[in-house]
Design a protein around this ligand. Structure first.
Ligand code: PMP
Length: 363
Protein backbone atom coordinates (compact mmCIF):
# COMPACT_ATOMS: atom_id res chain seq x y z
CA UNK A 1 0.00 0.00 0.00
CA UNK A 2 1.27 3.41 -0.94
CA UNK A 3 -0.91 5.23 1.53
CA UNK A 4 -1.46 5.38 5.32
CA UNK A 5 -4.58 6.36 7.23
CA UNK A 6 -3.02 9.42 8.89
CA UNK A 7 -5.01 10.98 11.66
CA UNK A 8 -6.49 14.29 10.43
CA UNK A 9 -6.39 15.59 14.03
CA UNK A 10 -2.59 15.69 13.77
CA UNK A 11 -2.50 17.44 10.40
CA UNK A 12 -1.78 20.91 11.85
CA UNK A 13 0.23 19.82 14.88
CA UNK A 14 3.87 20.90 14.86
CA UNK A 15 6.19 18.67 16.97
CA UNK A 16 7.80 20.38 19.97
CA UNK A 17 11.24 21.63 19.02
CA UNK A 18 13.50 22.81 21.85
CA UNK A 19 15.79 24.38 19.21
CA UNK A 20 18.84 22.77 20.74
CA UNK A 21 22.06 23.31 18.78
CA UNK A 22 25.66 22.63 19.76
CA UNK A 23 27.36 25.73 21.21
CA UNK A 24 30.19 26.68 23.52
CA UNK A 25 27.77 28.56 25.81
CA UNK A 26 24.54 26.59 26.16
CA UNK A 27 22.14 29.02 27.81
CA UNK A 28 18.94 28.27 25.93
CA UNK A 29 17.18 25.51 27.89
CA UNK A 30 17.21 26.69 31.54
CA UNK A 31 19.40 23.78 32.58
CA UNK A 32 21.80 24.03 35.47
CA UNK A 33 25.26 24.89 34.16
CA UNK A 34 26.72 22.54 36.80
CA UNK A 35 26.80 18.76 36.72
CA UNK A 36 25.62 16.72 39.71
CA UNK A 37 28.24 16.92 42.53
CA UNK A 38 30.98 14.26 42.38
CA UNK A 39 29.99 12.66 45.71
CA UNK A 40 26.52 11.92 44.37
CA UNK A 41 27.80 10.59 41.05
CA UNK A 42 30.19 8.31 42.91
CA UNK A 43 27.36 7.02 45.12
CA UNK A 44 25.15 6.44 42.04
CA UNK A 45 27.90 4.36 40.43
CA UNK A 46 28.19 2.28 43.61
CA UNK A 47 24.45 1.66 43.79
CA UNK A 48 24.26 0.85 40.07
CA UNK A 49 26.52 -2.15 40.64
CA UNK A 50 23.70 -3.78 42.59
CA UNK A 51 20.95 -3.03 40.06
CA UNK A 52 18.98 -5.97 38.65
CA UNK A 53 18.75 -4.89 35.03
CA UNK A 54 16.56 -7.90 34.21
CA UNK A 55 13.72 -6.80 36.52
CA UNK A 56 11.01 -4.25 35.80
CA UNK A 57 11.29 -1.16 37.95
CA UNK A 58 8.89 -0.42 40.79
CA UNK A 59 5.96 1.01 38.76
CA UNK A 60 5.33 3.81 41.25
CA UNK A 61 8.93 4.44 42.38
CA UNK A 62 7.78 4.05 45.98
CA UNK A 63 11.22 4.43 47.55
CA UNK A 64 11.63 7.81 45.85
CA UNK A 65 8.02 8.75 46.66
CA UNK A 66 8.73 8.08 50.34
CA UNK A 67 11.89 10.18 50.36
CA UNK A 68 10.09 13.09 48.67
CA UNK A 69 7.02 12.73 50.88
CA UNK A 70 9.12 12.70 54.03
CA UNK A 71 11.04 15.82 53.01
CA UNK A 72 7.79 17.66 52.30
CA UNK A 73 5.90 16.57 55.43
CA UNK A 74 3.51 14.42 53.36
CA UNK A 75 2.60 10.76 52.86
CA UNK A 76 3.57 8.50 49.94
CA UNK A 77 -0.01 8.78 48.60
CA UNK A 78 0.48 12.53 48.17
CA UNK A 79 3.41 12.12 45.77
CA UNK A 80 3.67 10.90 42.19
CA UNK A 81 6.93 10.58 40.27
CA UNK A 82 6.99 10.94 36.48
CA UNK A 83 9.34 10.74 33.52
CA UNK A 84 10.18 14.42 33.80
CA UNK A 85 7.67 17.12 34.59
CA UNK A 86 6.66 16.81 30.94
CA UNK A 87 5.07 13.40 31.49
CA UNK A 88 3.13 14.68 34.48
CA UNK A 89 1.91 17.63 32.44
CA UNK A 90 0.70 15.29 29.73
CA UNK A 91 -0.96 13.10 32.34
CA UNK A 92 -2.71 16.19 33.71
CA UNK A 93 -4.29 16.79 30.30
CA UNK A 94 -5.21 13.09 30.04
CA UNK A 95 -6.72 12.88 33.52
CA UNK A 96 -8.38 16.28 33.78
CA UNK A 97 -8.83 17.27 30.12
CA UNK A 98 -10.25 15.56 27.06
CA UNK A 99 -13.23 16.21 24.81
CA UNK A 100 -15.84 18.33 26.57
CA UNK A 101 -13.34 19.56 29.18
CA UNK A 102 -11.73 23.02 29.46
CA UNK A 103 -8.25 24.20 30.43
CA UNK A 104 -7.50 27.76 31.52
CA UNK A 105 -4.07 28.99 30.44
CA UNK A 106 -2.24 32.28 31.08
CA UNK A 107 -0.01 32.96 28.06
CA UNK A 108 2.73 33.71 27.41
CA UNK A 109 3.82 30.65 29.37
CA UNK A 110 5.27 27.16 28.86
CA UNK A 111 3.93 26.15 25.43
CA UNK A 112 3.67 22.45 26.33
CA UNK A 113 0.48 23.09 28.37
CA UNK A 114 -1.48 24.25 25.35
CA UNK A 115 0.05 21.58 23.10
CA UNK A 116 -1.10 18.87 25.53
CA UNK A 117 -4.62 20.33 25.58
CA UNK A 118 -4.70 20.31 21.80
CA UNK A 119 -3.51 16.68 21.63
CA UNK A 120 -6.13 15.50 24.09
CA UNK A 121 -9.01 17.43 22.50
CA UNK A 122 -9.30 19.76 25.51
CA UNK A 123 -10.80 23.24 24.93
CA UNK A 124 -8.40 26.04 25.88
CA UNK A 125 -9.43 29.36 27.43
CA UNK A 126 -6.51 31.76 27.25
CA UNK A 127 -6.41 34.65 29.71
CA UNK A 128 -3.42 36.68 28.48
CA UNK A 129 -1.02 38.18 31.00
CA UNK A 130 -0.82 41.94 31.57
CA UNK A 131 1.84 43.97 29.68
CA UNK A 132 4.30 43.45 32.59
CA UNK A 133 3.57 39.68 32.32
CA UNK A 134 1.80 39.51 35.67
CA UNK A 135 -1.30 37.29 35.66
CA UNK A 136 -4.53 39.20 35.02
CA UNK A 137 -5.93 38.00 38.34
CA UNK A 138 -9.33 39.70 38.03
CA UNK A 139 -9.85 38.30 34.52
CA UNK A 140 -8.94 34.77 35.69
CA UNK A 141 -11.29 34.94 38.69
CA UNK A 142 -14.11 36.36 36.56
CA UNK A 143 -13.70 33.64 33.93
CA UNK A 144 -13.45 30.88 36.50
CA UNK A 145 -16.70 32.12 38.10
CA UNK A 146 -18.58 30.90 35.00
CA UNK A 147 -18.03 27.42 36.43
CA UNK A 148 -16.90 25.54 33.31
CA UNK A 149 -13.12 25.40 33.84
CA UNK A 150 -11.79 21.91 34.64
CA UNK A 151 -8.11 22.65 35.19
CA UNK A 152 -5.75 25.59 35.39
CA UNK A 153 -1.95 25.77 35.31
CA UNK A 154 -0.13 28.66 36.99
CA UNK A 155 3.62 28.70 36.55
CA UNK A 156 5.63 30.12 39.44
CA UNK A 157 8.10 31.48 38.46
CA UNK A 158 6.67 31.66 34.95
CA UNK A 159 8.60 30.37 31.96
CA UNK A 160 9.72 32.36 29.97
CA UNK A 161 8.83 35.60 31.73
CA UNK A 162 10.24 34.95 35.23
CA UNK A 163 7.52 36.20 37.62
CA UNK A 164 6.16 34.47 40.72
CA UNK A 165 2.41 34.06 41.22
CA UNK A 166 1.17 35.68 44.43
CA UNK A 167 0.21 33.33 47.25
CA UNK A 168 -2.85 35.45 48.01
CA UNK A 169 -4.09 35.00 44.46
CA UNK A 170 -3.50 31.22 44.48
CA UNK A 171 -5.39 30.93 47.77
CA UNK A 172 -8.25 33.05 46.44
CA UNK A 173 -8.43 30.99 43.25
CA UNK A 174 -8.35 27.68 45.14
CA UNK A 175 -11.23 28.85 47.29
CA UNK A 176 -13.33 30.12 44.41
CA UNK A 177 -13.26 27.07 42.13
CA UNK A 178 -13.34 23.28 42.20
CA UNK A 179 -11.16 23.16 39.08
CA UNK A 180 -7.80 21.44 39.56
CA UNK A 181 -5.20 24.18 40.03
CA UNK A 182 -1.69 23.06 39.17
CA UNK A 183 1.11 25.33 40.34
CA UNK A 184 4.15 24.49 38.23
CA UNK A 185 7.17 25.13 40.45
CA UNK A 186 9.75 23.75 37.99
CA UNK A 187 11.94 26.77 38.86
CA UNK A 188 10.77 27.14 42.46
CA UNK A 189 14.18 26.47 44.05
CA UNK A 190 15.55 29.64 42.43
CA UNK A 191 12.79 31.76 43.93
CA UNK A 192 12.98 30.15 47.36
CA UNK A 193 9.17 30.34 47.35
CA UNK A 194 6.58 27.58 47.30
CA UNK A 195 2.83 27.35 47.73
CA UNK A 196 3.22 23.98 49.49
CA UNK A 197 1.59 25.23 52.73
CA UNK A 198 -1.61 25.70 50.69
CA UNK A 199 -1.87 21.93 50.13
CA UNK A 200 -3.35 21.78 53.61
CA UNK A 201 -7.07 22.36 53.21
CA UNK A 202 -7.09 22.68 49.39
CA UNK A 203 -7.84 19.37 47.72
CA UNK A 204 -7.81 21.04 44.28
CA UNK A 205 -4.15 22.11 44.47
CA UNK A 206 -1.40 20.06 42.86
CA UNK A 207 2.24 21.19 42.72
CA UNK A 208 4.64 20.17 39.95
CA UNK A 209 8.39 20.05 40.53
CA UNK A 210 11.32 18.71 38.55
CA UNK A 211 14.83 17.33 38.98
CA UNK A 212 15.82 19.01 35.69
CA UNK A 213 16.74 22.48 36.93
CA UNK A 214 18.06 23.04 40.46
CA UNK A 215 19.00 19.34 40.79
CA UNK A 216 21.06 19.31 37.57
CA UNK A 217 19.26 16.23 36.21
CA UNK A 218 17.67 17.34 32.93
CA UNK A 219 19.29 14.30 31.29
CA UNK A 220 17.74 11.86 33.75
CA UNK A 221 14.04 12.72 33.26
CA UNK A 222 12.42 12.96 36.68
CA UNK A 223 9.61 15.15 37.90
CA UNK A 224 7.07 14.86 40.71
CA UNK A 225 3.69 15.99 41.88
CA UNK A 226 2.56 16.88 45.39
CA UNK A 227 -1.19 16.75 45.94
CA UNK A 228 -4.21 15.24 47.61
CA UNK A 229 -4.25 11.41 47.68
CA UNK A 230 -7.49 11.23 45.69
CA UNK A 231 -6.12 13.57 43.02
CA UNK A 232 -2.93 11.49 42.78
CA UNK A 233 -5.12 8.37 42.36
CA UNK A 234 -6.70 9.96 39.28
CA UNK A 235 -3.25 10.27 37.76
CA UNK A 236 -2.62 6.57 38.42
CA UNK A 237 -5.48 5.77 36.02
CA UNK A 238 -3.79 7.40 33.03
CA UNK A 239 -0.07 6.92 33.58
CA UNK A 240 2.18 4.48 31.75
CA UNK A 241 3.03 1.72 34.28
CA UNK A 242 6.83 1.75 33.92
CA UNK A 243 7.51 5.28 32.75
CA UNK A 244 10.19 5.89 35.39
CA UNK A 245 13.00 3.43 34.73
CA UNK A 246 15.08 1.75 37.44
CA UNK A 247 18.22 3.81 36.74
CA UNK A 248 16.30 7.09 37.04
CA UNK A 249 14.71 5.90 40.28
CA UNK A 250 18.11 5.02 41.69
CA UNK A 251 19.57 8.38 40.66
CA UNK A 252 16.47 10.20 41.95
CA UNK A 253 16.78 8.61 45.42
CA UNK A 254 20.51 9.39 45.63
CA UNK A 255 20.04 12.98 44.47
CA UNK A 256 17.09 13.74 46.73
CA UNK A 257 18.72 12.19 49.81
CA UNK A 258 21.74 14.42 49.20
CA UNK A 259 19.88 17.48 47.99
CA UNK A 260 21.66 19.78 50.47
CA UNK A 261 24.74 19.36 48.25
CA UNK A 262 22.95 21.43 45.57
CA UNK A 263 22.48 24.41 47.88
CA UNK A 264 25.77 26.14 46.97
CA UNK A 265 25.01 25.88 43.22
CA UNK A 266 21.49 27.25 43.73
CA UNK A 267 22.83 30.18 45.78
CA UNK A 268 25.49 30.85 43.18
CA UNK A 269 22.93 30.81 40.33
CA UNK A 270 20.72 33.27 42.23
CA UNK A 271 23.71 35.58 42.82
CA UNK A 272 24.81 35.25 39.20
CA UNK A 273 21.25 36.08 38.10
CA UNK A 274 21.32 39.35 40.03
CA UNK A 275 24.72 40.24 38.62
CA UNK A 276 23.71 39.29 35.06
CA UNK A 277 20.53 41.32 35.41
CA UNK A 278 22.58 44.42 36.31
CA UNK A 279 24.96 43.85 33.42
CA UNK A 280 22.10 43.41 30.96
CA UNK A 281 20.29 46.48 32.30
CA UNK A 282 23.48 48.45 31.72
CA UNK A 283 23.51 47.36 28.07
CA UNK A 284 22.00 50.06 25.87
CA UNK A 285 19.01 48.94 23.83
CA UNK A 286 18.26 45.90 26.00
CA UNK A 287 15.15 45.84 28.21
CA UNK A 288 15.27 43.30 31.03
CA UNK A 289 12.28 41.75 32.83
CA UNK A 290 12.74 40.92 36.52
CA UNK A 291 13.16 37.21 37.23
CA UNK A 292 12.85 34.85 40.19
CA UNK A 293 14.05 31.90 38.10
CA UNK A 294 17.36 30.73 36.62
CA UNK A 295 16.71 32.60 33.38
CA UNK A 296 16.02 36.15 32.26
CA UNK A 297 13.71 37.45 29.54
CA UNK A 298 15.04 40.36 27.55
CA UNK A 299 13.63 42.50 24.82
CA UNK A 300 15.51 44.31 22.10
CA UNK A 301 14.94 45.45 18.55
CA UNK A 302 15.53 42.80 15.88
CA UNK A 303 15.93 40.07 18.48
CA UNK A 304 15.95 37.30 15.86
CA UNK A 305 18.93 38.88 14.16
CA UNK A 306 20.64 39.26 17.55
CA UNK A 307 20.01 35.53 18.19
CA UNK A 308 21.95 34.71 14.99
CA UNK A 309 24.81 37.03 15.90
CA UNK A 310 25.04 35.59 19.41
CA UNK A 311 25.10 32.09 18.00
CA UNK A 312 27.92 33.07 15.64
CA UNK A 313 29.82 34.05 18.80
CA UNK A 314 29.18 30.64 20.40
CA UNK A 315 26.28 31.74 22.62
CA UNK A 316 23.03 29.76 22.26
CA UNK A 317 19.98 31.52 23.73
CA UNK A 318 16.26 30.97 23.11
CA UNK A 319 14.52 33.11 20.53
CA UNK A 320 10.89 33.89 21.37
CA UNK A 321 10.62 36.81 18.97
CA UNK A 322 8.01 35.06 16.83
CA UNK A 323 5.81 34.02 19.77
CA UNK A 324 2.69 36.12 20.38
CA UNK A 325 3.18 38.62 23.25
CA UNK A 326 6.93 37.93 23.25
CA UNK A 327 7.80 39.87 20.11
CA UNK A 328 11.46 40.88 20.13
CA UNK A 329 12.19 38.75 23.19
CA UNK A 330 15.08 36.41 23.92
CA UNK A 331 15.35 34.18 26.98
CA UNK A 332 18.76 33.55 28.46
CA UNK A 333 19.53 30.98 31.14
CA UNK A 334 21.87 31.97 33.94
CA UNK A 335 25.03 30.02 33.16
CA UNK A 336 28.50 29.91 34.60
CA UNK A 337 30.31 33.20 35.07
CA UNK A 338 32.06 32.51 31.76
CA UNK A 339 28.75 31.91 29.93
CA UNK A 340 27.24 35.08 31.37
CA UNK A 341 30.27 37.15 30.42
CA UNK A 342 30.18 35.77 26.86
CA UNK A 343 26.50 36.73 26.61
CA UNK A 344 27.00 40.30 27.82
CA UNK A 345 30.05 40.73 25.63
CA UNK A 346 28.13 39.38 22.62
CA UNK A 347 25.14 41.65 23.18
CA UNK A 348 27.31 44.73 23.64
CA UNK A 349 29.16 43.94 20.44
CA UNK A 350 25.84 43.66 18.57
CA UNK A 351 24.68 46.99 19.98
CA UNK A 352 27.98 48.69 19.12
CA UNK A 353 27.71 47.45 15.53
CA UNK A 354 24.14 48.70 15.31
CA UNK A 355 25.14 52.15 16.55
CA UNK A 356 27.95 52.25 14.00
CA UNK A 357 25.56 51.21 11.20
CA UNK A 358 23.02 53.88 12.10
CA UNK A 359 25.77 56.51 12.37
CA UNK A 360 26.91 55.57 8.83
CA UNK A 361 23.34 55.92 7.54
CA UNK A 362 23.05 59.42 9.07
CA UNK A 363 26.35 60.48 7.46
N1 PMP B 1 7.44 23.19 33.61
C1 PMP B 1 8.10 24.24 33.11
C2 PMP B 1 7.60 25.60 33.37
C3 PMP B 1 9.25 24.04 32.35
O1 PMP B 1 9.90 25.08 31.84
C4 PMP B 1 9.70 22.72 32.13
C5 PMP B 1 10.96 22.44 31.34
N2 PMP B 1 11.25 23.25 30.32
C6 PMP B 1 8.96 21.67 32.67
C7 PMP B 1 7.84 21.94 33.42
C8 PMP B 1 9.30 20.24 32.44
O2 PMP B 1 10.59 19.93 32.75
P1 PMP B 1 11.10 18.42 32.77
O3 PMP B 1 10.23 17.62 31.85
O4 PMP B 1 12.50 18.50 32.31
O5 PMP B 1 10.95 17.98 34.18
Amino acid sequence: MDNVRFNPRLADIVPYDPKYLPAEHMISANESPYNVPDEIRYEVRKRLKRLDYNRYPDPLANELRDIIADANGLERENVLVGNGGDELLFNTALAFGGPGRTFLNCPPTFSVYEANAELTGTAVVNIPRLPNYRIDEMAVLTRVAKGDIDFIILTSPNNPTGQLVSDTFIRHLLESTDALVMVDEAYGEFSRATCRPLLQGHKNLVILRTFSKAFSCAGVRLGYLLGDAEVISEYLKVRQPYSVDAVSQLIGCTVYENRQLFAPAITSIIMQREHLMEELEATEGVHVYPSDANFILLQMERADEAWEKLYEQGVLVRDFSHTPMLEDCLRVSVGTEKDNKALVKGLRKIMRERRRESAEIVE
